[in-house]
Design a protein around this ligand. Structure first.
Ligand SMILES: C[S@@+](CC[C@H](N)C(=O)[O-])C[C@H]1O[C@@H](n2cnc3c(N)ncnc32)[C@H](O)[C@@H]1O
Length: 481
């Protein structure tokens, strides 16, 4: 395991850790705010997903959330969630777990930012209540229904063919770039079935009368020398007719009954405006080149659409549950900056390899999780601590694991430190040839914390010898990093 906790380059970065922790300590505390968040957290399935990498994180996060719910005893949950907790505690645990992380998302989102929460029918309604609570119901922009499969899998019962993506913004003003969906050749031929004789351009034609412009009912328009009136309302003013005809003298189509309509040309057509029903982005086929084998991988086109809609080049895109990194790959390809977080080290490695193979880039993984740190071997833990302090290990070490650039000696322990360890450390540093004298300070970092007796011993030493031994836990380091 590598750590790189002090790396200030927090943009274009893969973090391995709980997203709540990373958002608080690596983004918020360092003043990083993002333009767009896409999150695709584990769904509430109640079972562990299986796949090549067996993403235990999903299991852990779900189990953790159960414990969490028990520990917190519903204290800071919204009232309605507490009520659900009385009926379905496991589900309430999941909701609370999401609540805390979505709250953190809100805090790291810029004022003009947007957030897309990918979920499914099992929890979407409850997650919407959380989103309403955190982002405000006024900022709900849409509920996107993505048809993720063509269905017909179940022998009995109704196939689940869609996912739900809840789209909220932080405020009323936000980035929104209209997207268009390309039509198939067949659809285009059907839509643009006319050919303009003079130019051979393909076109379709649309109404020039429009009820919403009722104010112009009864008004006269002169169109190509013909004087016409309407009892519905005109789409354009006389100036607009004149302007359009000057630009293109063939723009009007006359029907057999002598009604004018205007032409829409195939060569100017951008596509069908994308609405909230997304049926044109297909799931990854089993043989798709894009498929990495990560069990919950989403198609790149889905993420490209979201990134294009709600961000501009150089904006920062955050995916706090990024799996094999589809959102951050989309962000990179579209010239945005990105931050991806995943609890599962395997997911982070897959992401790293994805960048290596697709873009010849090798983003470093920053490990930011207490649980990860608590599992480090003694040597890894020592390296991690030394990296944090920018310290080097002296040779021979003689009981000193690192010395900081300003000469403070460090000892690292992977067990709970008691009384006698403190005195032994003091002896080591007093006799160590590489520790600068006189000694004023020393640091002991323990993976498992300190017994009361260790704290008393520190007071004794401070009083008798005027040497301060700081007792540090990984939590302290992460809090202050
Ligand atoms: C549904 S997958 C995301 C898939 C992703 N959209 C893709 O296209 O690859 C959910 C991911 O969230 C991660 N995860 C679960 N709990 C987490 C947490 N608390 N913080 C960060 N990541 C977490 C899991 O390891 C898993 O990779």
């Amino acid at each position: 395991m590598m750590s790189n906790i002090k790396n200030p380059n927090t943009i274009n970065q893969i973090y391995c850790g709980d997203c709540k922790f990373v958002m608080r300590h690596d983004l918020l505390e360092r003043g990083i705010k993002v333009d767009l968040i896409y999150l695709d957290p584990p769904f509430f399935t109640g079972k562990v997903q299986k796949g090549i990498w067996l993403p235990g994180a999903m299991e852990v996060s779900f189990e953790d959330s159960k414990k969490f719910w028990g520990l917190k005893r519903y204290k800071s949950a919204p009232e309605w969630m507490k009520w659900i907790g009385t009926k379905r505690p496991e589900f309430a645990a999941y909701l609370y777990y999401m609540y805390e992380r979505l709250e953190m998302c809100n805090r790291v989102l810029k004022k003009t930012g947007s957030i897309y929460l990918h979920c499914d029918y099992r929890a979407s309604h409850y997650l919407k209540m959380i989103m309403d609570e955190i982002f405000d119901v006024e900022n709900l922009q849409n509920e996107i229904i993505w048809q993720r499969t063509l269905g017909h899998h179940l022998a009995t019962g109704m196939d689940v063919m869609t996912d739900t993506i809840l789209f909220y913004t932080k405020n009323k003003e936000f980035i929104y770039n209209k997207q268009y969906q390309k039509l198939s050749k067949k659809e285009l031929e059907k839509k643009f079935s006319y050919i303009e004789e003079e130019t051979s351009r393909k076109f379709t034609h649309e109404k020039l009368e429009q009820a919403s412009n009722v104010y112009s009912k009864g008004e006269v328009r002169i169109i190509q020398g013909k004087e016409l009136t309407t009892d519905i309302g005109w789409r354009w003013t006389q100036q607009e007719f004149d302007r359009r005809l000057q630009k293109n003298p063939y723009v009007i189509f006359w029907t057999g009954t002598g009604k004018p309509r205007y032409k829409r040309y195939a060569d100017e057509y951008k596509g069908r405006k994308v609405g909230n029903l997304w049926k044109d982005i297909f799931p990854l086929a089993s043989r798709s080149k894009e498929r990495l084998g990560y069990p919950t991988q989403k198609p790149l086109r889905l993420l490209e659409r979201i990134v294009k809609t709600s961000s501009n080049p150089f904006d920062i895109i955050l995916d706090p549950f990024c799996g094999c990194g589809t959102a951050i790959v989309a962000a990179y390809k579209l010239g945005r900056r990105w931050i991806g977080i995943d609890l599962n080290p395997k997911a982070c490695e897959v992401m790293q390899k994805r960048f290596e193979s697709e873009f010849a880039l090798s983003p470093q993984i920053i490990y930011r999780d207490l649980e990860e740190i608590s599992k480090l071997s003694p040597l890894q833990f020592e390296q991690w601590v030394n990296e944090f302090y920018g310290a080097t290990k002296p040779k021979p070490d003689k009981g000193v694991d690192g010395i900081t650039p300003s000469g403070i000696p460090i000892q690292t322990k992977t067990f709970k430190v008691k009384y006698d360890v403190i005195g032994a450390f003091l002896t080591c540093i007093e006799y160590h040839p590489k520790v600068p004298k006189p000694i004023k300070r020393g640091i002991i970092v323990s993976q498992k914390g300190f017994a009361e007796s260790a704290i008393s011993r520190v007071f004794e030493i401070q009083e008798k010898e005027d040497i301060l031994i700081e007792l540090i836990t990984p939590e302290n380091l992460l809090e202050n990093s």
